[in-house]
Design a binder for this molecule. Structure first.
Ligand SMILES: [Ca+2]
Ligand SMILES: [Ca+2]
Length: 362
């Protein structure tokens, strides 16, 4: 270990890990008493007598008030840490705000060149969420959600959300007939613009098509760019004609304790023109039981500008949006997929594998 300086009576002060250990002990001790007050005169060789932790405290006190330590040492080698400029002084116990630091990084870490950090130990990083593992990594707090920690939480838990704590994710719509037929594979298409259930379709013609029978559905991009389903054989085919409004929706009953509604679907958005003058739009809305919007804006929105002019490929989870439902006054809602087209340049909005879940704490 390199000596970094000498105190008045020629007692060397060591740099690096040894000093760091001493300073660390001081930080711990400070939370139970007054930092820097013990151990006699600053920099005095009899302030503590060497390698005990109280001796370290004395040395730290000296450095803090500038009367001793490395910068003031006589004839020492100051080429090694912590001889550089300091940005802070450890003046407060534990994780409280030290001189020279701010709320974002309140702790003055005096191991090495004094530097403001978020934390020295994991206990400085408690985020108040029961199921996150809080660690201090090189002065920065890292909180990692752990589902395993939700076993005894206050919710009926399966998942740890890093903001909300332990939650259970319940399925409202998936690709099964029991849960909302989100891939449109179950039940009849009746030919009169309705079916399959339990979706409600508001359109003059069918919106669900079997794109396997014809080995692909032909949209605006033509016969060389046929569209198939992303799951099963059928797709929800919104828009596809000019001057039209299509709506596909389903009633949902949110379970008690629902905090977040999560809506996901695969998308294939295709258009003849992706210029701003093509005003075709696809939106996802959360509505109340009689169809009035529960939010001032759609949960999700894409236009013809977001659509492809040369590909019928699917985007997995092209729709992936969360909405806070914790303050809704009624658990009875509708999830609605709605398209609007203008009077030129055809756009096709294909959807499939719609999934809706809710994160619950009860
Ligand atoms: Ca499907
Ligand atoms: Ca258009």
């Amino acid at each position: 270990m390199l000596p970094c300086g000498f105190l008045a009576l020629g007692i060397p002060i060591a740099c690096g890990p040894l000093l760091g250990l001493d300073e660390y002990v001081v930080e711990e001790a400070a939370s139970g008493g007054s930092p820097g007050s013990g151990g006699g005169a600053a920099g005095s060789p009899d302030g503590g007598g060497g390698t005990t932790s109280t001796g370290g405290a004395a040395g730290t006190g000296g450095k803090r008030d500038g009367s001793g330590g490395h910068m003031g040492g006589s004839g020492g080698d100051c080429s090694a840490e912590p001889c550089g400029p300091v940005e802070c002084v450890d003046t407060a116990p534990g994780a409280q705000l030290d001189d020279g630091c701010d709320e974002a990084a309140p702790i003055c870490d005096e191991r090495g060149i004094p530097t403001c950090v978020q934390c020295l130990r994991a206990v400085d990083c408690d985020d108040g969420i029961e199921c996150t593992v809080d660690r201090c990594e090189e002065g920065v707090c890292v909180s990692t959600p752990s589902d395993a920690l939700c076993g005894t939480g206050t919710c009926q838990p399966e998942l740890c959300d890093s903001d909300l704590g332990c939650l259970q994710e319940l399925t409202l719509i998936d690709d099964t007939a029991m849960y909302g037929n989100g891939s449109f594979e179950h039940g009849a298409i009746d030919g009169n613009g309705q079916g399959p259930p339990p979706w409600t379709y508001n359109a003059a013609w069918n919106l669900v098509y079997d794109c396997a029978e014809t080995d692909g559905c032909q949209g605006a991009l033509g016969a060389n760019l046929l569209t198939r389903a992303s799951h099963g054989a059928r797709v929800l085919w919104m828009a596809g004609v000019n001057d039209h409004v299509d709506d596909t929706s389903q009633h949902l009953t949110l379970p008690a304790g629902a905090r977040v509604l999560r809506v996901r679907a695969d998308t294939s958005l295709q258009t003849e023109s992706a210029t701003p003058t093509n005003e075709d739009v696809l939106e996802v809305w959360l509505l109340d039981a009689v169809g009035a919007p529960l939010q001032p804006t759609p949960l999700w929105r894409r236009t013809a500008e977001d659509a492809s002019t040369d590909s019928s490929a699917w985007t997995t989870d092209g729709i992936d949006v969360d909405v806070d439902v914790s303050t809704l006054t009624s658990p009875e809602v509708r999830i609605s997929f709605r398209s609007f087209t203008d009077d030129s340049s055809i756009t096709d909005f294909f959807l499939d594998r719609i999934r809706v879940t809710t994160l619950v704490c009860q």
